[in-house]
Design a protein around this ligand. Structure first.
Ligand code: FAD
Ligand code: DLZ
Ligand code: SF4
Length: 508
């Protein structure tokens, strides 16, 4: 009898370990659209559409390659609604007992598969540069798991931008060149966009019918849904946008949701592009003189450094990671995150483009919506669910360490040596948002002052015991202590009043 080969929605790679182990002549590939996966959080409609359309296209390509594929559509009458359910159903139909899978990217699903009454062989997901063993070996015995050191190992391992064992340009990291604010530039290319074909159109109608109430705008839908298209998107980025990536990677501009970012994370995370091939393409552009070293190095670091490091942490820390809450934050996520009104121009811009595009770039996620949630003391689990829902590239293995660890400091500093908090000043420096805001970034307290300004101090005051001893934060506490007592009182009162109004559901 055949074995079943599970291919999940984010495992759309021809070289997937489960496929490599299987026999085209004998085995049956199982792919399934199921309500368990489309419903564990209220995913953005663009995210659901991308995954389902890419799955349908991938199934078609597998069939063209000669595989037998049992594909379950979400609307099929017999659909059991879960991945284990669909495997059991297919096992019955074929008289099969054995299932081969590549390890899923989420503890929830790993557990569900392990509980199945079938013979399961789980293979490592080798679409990453570092295996989990390699990451754990690197982490073992270290007091601090700093990304920068892990990144250097990955540079050595891949040989990317290395010369005779030394980093190209004699520096590992060119980040200090990468903090320029951006100007509006009519000549900057937009990311590549693709017209939906028949398969995608059918999916869009399905998503419209079934997920109309989820936060997020479905149309226009212009994502790549095949590897071929994703490769064109990669080409487009390298040709037109990479050059300015380094300089402007931290900048934010009203009305320009993408700037020089690559928008490749959805495709890499789905398996349509491999992380190494993306980096090799970027390295090649640098070698050919088409991209400066700070752009190429910065980009490669995000992928072979941050992305791999986040995955290592997620699997190293275990299933309880998403419920960590070291700072004991328990405020409810305010309605503005789900599209409710806000007077804060930066939040409005970041959340607005998230609703429209399922996308915000790193600094918007970290220093606007993430910063605000941390300062306001929102429960990290709610913040985690929001990020997992609203971004097209969000899968728990990469989202949770970014949110729970990097952004909300809820893991107690495994990822970030100090919390990513800032006053309005940082946002003002890196964006043009403050120009059009109802609040004044220059004003430090009182009615009309930028909420980030007062919440920042209130956060530090609230968590003084924990952070005072952190050598990178001593300075800010000294600044706070130098303010006169009355001013400090006013700052704290303004912050409290703001939070009270927010909790009462007022538009803030
Ligand atoms: P670019 O700016 O063009 O960067 C290039 C690539 O580097 C990305 O495609 C991505 O693959 C990788 N990368 C960059 N930073 C990170 C990082 N911190 N972690 C992992 N990979 C990184 N990324 C996700 O893929 N999924 C998520 O759910 C996710 N959630 C995030 C939540 C928060 C609070 C924060 C601060 C960051 C999150 N990130 C997440 C990381 C990063 O913001 C996105 O990878 C990036 O914005 C994707 O857009 P891009 O492809 O245009 O990226
Ligand atoms: C995110 C997602 C969605 C929305 N739908 C499906 C689906 O219908 N079928 C499927 O196999 N996978 C889907 N996924 C991706 C899975 O949730 C993903 O494999 C796990 O979260 C592990 O990363
Ligand atoms: Fe955001 Fe404050 Fe600037 Fe308004 S003034 S855009 S709230 S940082």
């Amino acid at each position: 009898s055949p074995r079943l080969v599970l291919v999940l929605g984010d495992q759309l790679s021809k070289g997937l370990s489960a496929l490599a182990k299987a026999d085209k002549e004998r085995d049956v590939v199982v792919m399934a659209e199921v309500t368990d996966e489309t419903g564990y959080v209220p995913h953005h409609p663009k995210k659901i559409a991308l995954i389902l359309s890419a799955m349908r296209h991938f199934a078609q390509e597998l069939r063209e390659d000669g595989w037998t594929v049992d594909y379950s559509k979400l609307d099929d009458a017999e659909n059991s609604g879960s991945i284990p359910g669909e495997l059991l159903r297919r096992a019955d139909a074929h008289g099969a007992r054995e299932v081969i899978c590549t390890r899923p990217g989420e503890w929830r699903l790993i557990g569900a598969l392990d509980d199945m009454p079938l013979d399961l062989t789980t293979l490592a997901d080798d679409r990453f540069i570092a295996s989990l063993d390699e990451f754990n070996d690197w982490a073992e015995g270290r007091k601090e798991l700093r990304m920068e050191y892990f990144y250097r190992e990955m540079r050595r391992k891949t040989g990317l931008m290395m010369k005779d064992g030394e980093p190209a340009g004699d520096k590992w990291n060119f980040d200090h060149d990468n903090r320029k604010p951006a100007q509006s530039d009519m000549l900057r290319s937009a990311p590549m966009s693709f017209t939906p074909d028949e398969i995608t159109e059918e999916v869009l109608e399905l998503v419209e019918r079934r997920f109309d109430n989820n936060f997020g705008t479905l149309r226009p839908f212009n994502f790549a849904v095949t590897r071929g298209q994703a490769l064109r998107a990669l080409d487009h980025f390298v040709k037109y946008l990479l050059e300015g990536f380094g300089d402007y990677q931290d900048a934010m501009l009203t009305g320009e949701p993408f700037l020089n970012h690559s928008l490749l994370s959805p495709y890499i995370n789905l398996g349509l592009l491999g992380p190494l091939e993306v980096c090799q393409r970027v390295e090649e552009a640098w070698k050919d003189g088409d991209a400066p070293i700070n752009a190429a190095e910065g980009y490669i670091r995000q992928i072979i450094g941050w992305r791999e490091y986040m995955r290592g942490i997620y699997f190293r820390e275990g299933p309880d990671y998403t419920s960590r809450n070291i700072l004991r934050h328990d405020r409810k996520l305010p309605w503005m995150y789900w599209g409710g009104e806000t007077k804060m121009a930066c939040m409005k811009a970041a959340i607005g483009q998230t609703r429209d595009e399922g996308y915000a770039h790193h600094i918007q996620r970290l220093m606007v919506t993430g910063n605000f949630a941390l300062l306001a003391g929102i429960a990290p689990e709610e913040v985690h669910e929001w990020y997992l829902s609203v971004y097209v590239d969000a899968y728990e293995w990469v989202e949770a360490p970014n949110v729970i660890g990097m952004s909300q400091w809820a893991d107690g500093g495994i990822i970030a040596s100090k919390p990513y908090v800032s006053s309005g000043n940082y946002i003002n420096k890196m964006s043009d948002y403050c120009d059009g805001c109802a609040y004044s970034v220059k004003q430090k307290t009182g009615e009309g002052s930028c909420p980030f300004n007062t919440l920042y101090w209130q956060f530090l005051d609230r968590h003084r015991q924990r952070f005072e001893g952190n050598h990178r934060m001593g300075m800010v506490f000294r600044t706070w202590d130098k303010m006169d007592a009355e001013k400090r009182r006013e700052v704290l009162d303004t912050a409290e009043a703001f939070l009270d109004r927010m909790d009462a559901g007022e538009v803030v």
